[in-house]
Every structure is written in structure tokens, then in C-alpha cells.
Design a binder for this molecule. Structure first.
Ligand SMILES: Cc1cc2nc3c(=O)[nH]c(=O)nc-3n(C[C@H](O)[C@H](O)[C@H](O)COP(=O)(O)OP(=O)(O)OC[C@H]3O[C@@H](n4cnc5c(N)ncnc54)[C@H](O)[C@@H]3O)c2cc1C
Length: 491
């Protein structure tokens, strides 16, 4: 037996007969299909990275009572120091895709860590559901599962409540018996579901009384009978070559609509049952939401450093680095990356104990979330502004270099002071893939929405800010004078 999960283990686990559709066809094997295989390999590479002897300590730990090491994403930190150690592992994983795999396995592992820390919330919901959650945490962590989640309902008719949407649209409980529940309907947007082992199905959006059939959460293997994955367009399949699309050809984690066609879920995998408030509480009264989005900020901190480096390299490619206004722009961008790094440090330093576990500062996390979903498209815009036409004035594909006549013209026209024409084209293709390609554009949408639209994230920020202590300053100041006293003063 290997000491921890490897890439080969993961690839093998995905050959499980799951039902994935793309371009109207059923996919026989996601590890082989041209729409998915390279990103699946990138996912496997995460496990190979953790299994390397020199990375084992950084990336993994041995849970109590086990001889097998698992990824630190499953670690429930007991102190600030353990939280920082865990974060370093997550950052090292994110660096392997320069932050472009949003739903790497550590995202939903972080949700489960938060829910396991807040097990008391599930206990109030019922001892059997709490036991199911605790047992599932044990199973998922010990096996180092790659989990994705679907916790959002399809948009459909936004003016209607979730319970009033067309029949079979929003996933709901349609039956239950002694063995478990049966669910039917859809959830979005199962990012990374094609390469995950399991999916956590839940409801994060507010529900009202009468919508109890929608109020459940559970975990399912991706090959559960009746679970259908409807992939969006594959940017990986559309990638021209590694040279032309170095990111989309390897890190297109995929997003998919998940449709549950009468999927049976055994009780031991049902964590919330017909309780609308518990749907909220499982994320917000436990530290689950804080933990999963803290992970998202860890990953984003890596991506922003990468984007800053891209900006600097763009200025080198076109020779503008020493123009004062360009330097100013680069310094401004660097301040954004620095801010996110500082916010992460703040979430950790001002964390609090919850029982024996250490949890990140929630308001700092929501502050980062609100600011970064706004920041990301502005950073992308700044990179476009720095680059001008260089991102477009590029050979149609790597094959232009194979034509001697064209190669000669490319050598003449793609000159740069600090790089050869070949290096310049190679780099600018990377920059375009990151910010302008269909893959890059999806990333802007992702960073703006993965944690909820702005009205949702600002709502969390409003809810978690310490208004009382801030207002106390106003009260203290107002208490230093009054109307009667002022009028009594000599005019
Ligand atoms: C690339 C990508 C990957 C994703 N991956 C996942 C995943 O893996 N798992 C998962 O569960 N979800 C995933 N999501 C879904 C994501 O969580 C949602 O997109 C997000 O929560 C926003 O919900 P929505 O798309 O329904 O937009 P909406 O909530 O409908 O918001 C869209 C816009 O409508 C307006 N609007 C709607 N309602 C209101 C209101 N009440 N007040 C004011 N304005 C309003 C606003 O302009 C808002 O920006 C993903 C999304 C994207 C884009």
C-alpha cells in the first residue's frame, strides 16, 4: 500500500462508469476523452506532487489512528500555527496550476472540515444526521476523496421562489423510504465534477417554509445511478496546442449542470433532511462557509501573484517597463496582490477558537471576497491596457513557425529587447490564454460569481461586521456634548 494517494490512484478511481455528456454524446472514460483528459492529468498531478518524498511533510499529515497520510486540506487546525501550515500546503497545490484550478480537492475538503468542526449544529438537527456527517468526514478524509459540490439552484425564473419553479427543475426529494431519500432535478454548476470522486449536494440559497422538499444535503459518488453530468463546452478540446493554449489545454477544470434522475441516497449519506433553516446553518452556523472561502482566497492569492508577473512580463515584451506611468500601473497591480496576501494573514492572525479548533476570521474573509470579486475584472482590464495589440498580433498557431517564409517574418516582427521572437510569442500566447481566451474569460466570470453575486457577498459582509463596536465610537463622541449644554454656553 502507498503511503498516500497518488495520481495513478486518482486516475484509476475515475474509471467508474460515471455518466458524463458532451456534444450530445456519452463519454466512455473521462481520463481518455479529448475534452477532459489533460485537466484530469493535472488533477492527478496534484496527488503525485503530495506523494513525492520531499513534499510529503509539506502536503500531508497522518490523522489520529491511521498509518496512511492524507492531504492537509483535511486537517482541522488546533492553532494559528497549524492553520498556517495547512495554508502553505494549499498554496503549494494552487501554484501547480498558477491558481487556475478553482475547485481543486482542497475546496470542498475545507467545507467538510468546517462542517465537522461545527458538528454540534448537525447534532441539534438530529443525532443520526450528525453521525452521518461525522462518518462521511471520516470516509472522505481517510480516502483523500476529490470532492466537488453543487449548492446552487439553476437560475431559471429568478422572479419566482425556488419552490415555485417548474416541476423537476430544482433538485428535490421526491420519495423516501427506510433505505434513504430519492432526489430529482438539477443543481449547478458542478465545477471539476468530471474529475471528482464524489459530489456534495446541498442548498445554500435561502428557502422558505413549504420548500422542505428542496431542503436536504447529501454526498454521492459521481457514478451514482441516475446522476447525469452535462458538461459545458470544453476549452481543452478547443485548444490549438500546448504552445498556443498553455493554460486551457491543461487546466480547464470544466463546469457542468448536474441532473439527478431519481437518484437514491442512503440515510448514512444524508446530512440535512427537510429542514430549511438547517440548509443555511450547515454553512453559516458552522465554520464551513468561512473555511471554503478562505481556501478560495488562498488559491486566489497565488493567481494574483501570477497575474502581476504576467503584467510585468508584458511590459518587458513590448519594452514599456521603464515608462513612469507603466511602473505606476505595475506598482498599483502589485498592491492588489499584496492586499490579498495581507488579508489572508489577517484571517489567520485574527482567527478564533471554536471548541478545540481554530477558525479563520469570518469578516476579514468576507471583506476579501467582496473586494476581490470586484478587483479581478479590473486587474484583467489593467493587463489588457498594458498589452495593447501585442496580445492579438500573434501567429495564428505554432504551425506558422514551421513555414520558413512565415518564420522569417515572425523573427523580424516579434522583436523584443529582453526576449527572442520565439520567447515573446510563447509568452504572449500564455498571457492571452490567461486573460482573453474563452478560458480566460470564463475565469473572470468564475472570480466574479463562484461565491455568489455581489448582493450576496456584501450581505455576508454586512452581517458579520461588528457594527456595535464601530457605533460605540459614535456614541462615545456624541456623549461628550449635548444640546442643552451647548445652549447654556455664552453666545
Ligand atoms: C464559472 C462558474 C463556476 C461555478 N461553479 C460552481 C460550483 O462548482 N458549485 C456550485 O454550487 N455553484 C457554482 N457556481 C454557481 C455560483 O455559485 C453562482 O453563479 C452564484 O452563486 C450566483 O448565482 P447565480 O448564477 O444564480 O446568479 P444570480 O444570483 O441570479 O445573480 C445574477 C445577477 O442577477 C441580479 N440579481 C439576481 N437576484 C438579485 C437580488 N435578489 N438582488 C439584486 N440583484 C439580483 C444581479 O445583477 C446578479 O449579479 C459557479 C458559477 C460560475 C460562473
Amino acid at each position: 500500500m502507498t503511503i498516500c494517494k497518488t495520481g495513478e490512484d486518482h486516475l484509476r478511481s475515475l474509471k467508474d462508469g460515471r455518466t458524463v455528456y458532451i456534444d450530445g454524446k456519452l463519454v466512455a472514460d473521462v481520463t481518455e476523452h479529448p475534452a477532459f483528459r489533460n485537466c484530469v492529468k493535472s488533477a492527478a498531478a496534484l496527488y503525485d506532487f503530495q506523494a513525492r518524498p520531499e513534499n510529503m511533510e509539506l502536503m500531508t499529515f497522518t490523522p489520529d489512528g491511521s498509518s496512511r497520510r492524507i492531504n492537509r486540506a483535511w486537517q482541522m487546525p488546533r492553532s494559528h500555527q497549524e492553520m498556517v501550515e495547512r495554508r502553505k500546503a494549499l498554496q503549494a497545490w494552487a501554484a501547480l496550476s498558477c491558481g487556475f484550478i478553482g475547485r481543486s480537492p482542497d475546496h470542498v475538503a475545507s467545507t467538510l472540515v468546517g462542517q465537522r468542526i461545527g458538528l454540534d449544529v448537525f447534532q441539534r438537527h438530529g443525532p443520526q444526521r450528525a453521525q452521518a456527517l461525522a462518518d462521511y468526514f471520516e470516509e472522505a478524509s481517510r480516502n483523500d476523496y476529490y470532492l466537488t459540490y453543487v449548492i446552487i439552484n439553476p437560475q431559471a425564473e429568478r422572479a419566482k421562489d425556488w419552490g415555485d419553479q417548474a416541476e423537476d427543475l430544482v433538485a428535490r426529494i421526491v420519495d423516501e423510504d427506510a433505505a434513504g431519500i430519492t432526489i430529482r432535478g438539477a443543481k449547478l454548476l458542478g465545477t471539476s465534477s468530471i474529475m471528482a470522486n464524489e459530489v456534495l449536494v446541498a442548498n445554500l440559497q435561502p428557502l422558505k417554509a413549504g420548500e422542505e422538499a428542496l431542503a436536504f444535503s447529501c454526498a454521492l459518488p459521481m457514478n451514482a445511478r441516475g446522476l447525469r453530468v452535462l458538461s459545458r463546452k470544453s476549452y481543452e478540446a478547443a485548444a490549438v496546442s500546448l504552445f498556443d493554449n498553455p493554460l486551457s489545454s491543461r487546466f480547464d477544470e470544466n463546469d457542468a449542470l448536474i441532473y439527478f434522475e431519481d437518484v437514491k441516497v442512503p440515510w448514512e449519506r444524508v446530512f440535512v433532511h427537510r429542514d430549511t433553516d438547517m440548509c443555511r446553518a450547515q454553512f453559516h452556523d458552522t465554520p464551513a462557509h468561512a473555511y471554503q472561502n478562505y481556501q478560495a482566497q488562498i488559491r486566489l492569492s497565488v493567481k494574483l501573484r501570477f497575474l502581476c508577473a504576467l503584467a510585468h512580463r508584458i511590459s518587458e515584451a513590448i519594452g514599456t517597463t521603464n515608462i513612469p506611468s507603466v511602473r505606476e500601473q505595475l506598482g498599483f497591480l502589485a498592491a492588489h496582490a499584496g492586499t490579498v496576501g495581507a488579508m489572508l494573514a489577517g484571517m489567520e492572525a485574527e482567527g478564533t477558537m471554536r471548541g478545540e479548533w481554530y477558525v479563520p476570521n469570518r469578516h476579514y474573509m468576507y471583506s476579501a471576497q467582496v473586494l476581490t470579486q470586484d478587483m479581478y475584472p479590473r486587474i484583467i482590464n489593467a493587463l489588457r491596457e498594458l498589452a495593447g495589440g501585442s496580445l492579438i498580433m500573434l501567429p495564428s498557431s505554432v504551425w506558422d513557425f514551421a513555414n520558413p517564409q512565415l518564420a522569417k517574418i515572425i523573427q523580424t516582427t516579434q522583436r523584443a529587447a529582453k526576449m527572442t521572437p520565439g520567447e515573446k510569442v510563447k509568452f504572449l500566447k500564455l498571457a492571452w490564454d490567461a486573460i482573453g481566451s474563452e478560458f480566460g474569460s470564463r475565469h473572470t466570470q468564475y472570480e466574479m460569481f463562484y461565491a455568489g453575486a455581489r448582493f450576496v457577498t456584501t450581505g455576508h459582509s454586512y452581517r458579520t461586521f461588528d457594527w456595535n463596536s464601530a457605533s460605540g465610537m459614535i456614541d462615545a463622541l456624541l456623549a461628550t456634548y449635548d444640546l442643552v449644554g451647548e445652549l447654556a454656553k455664552e453666545h
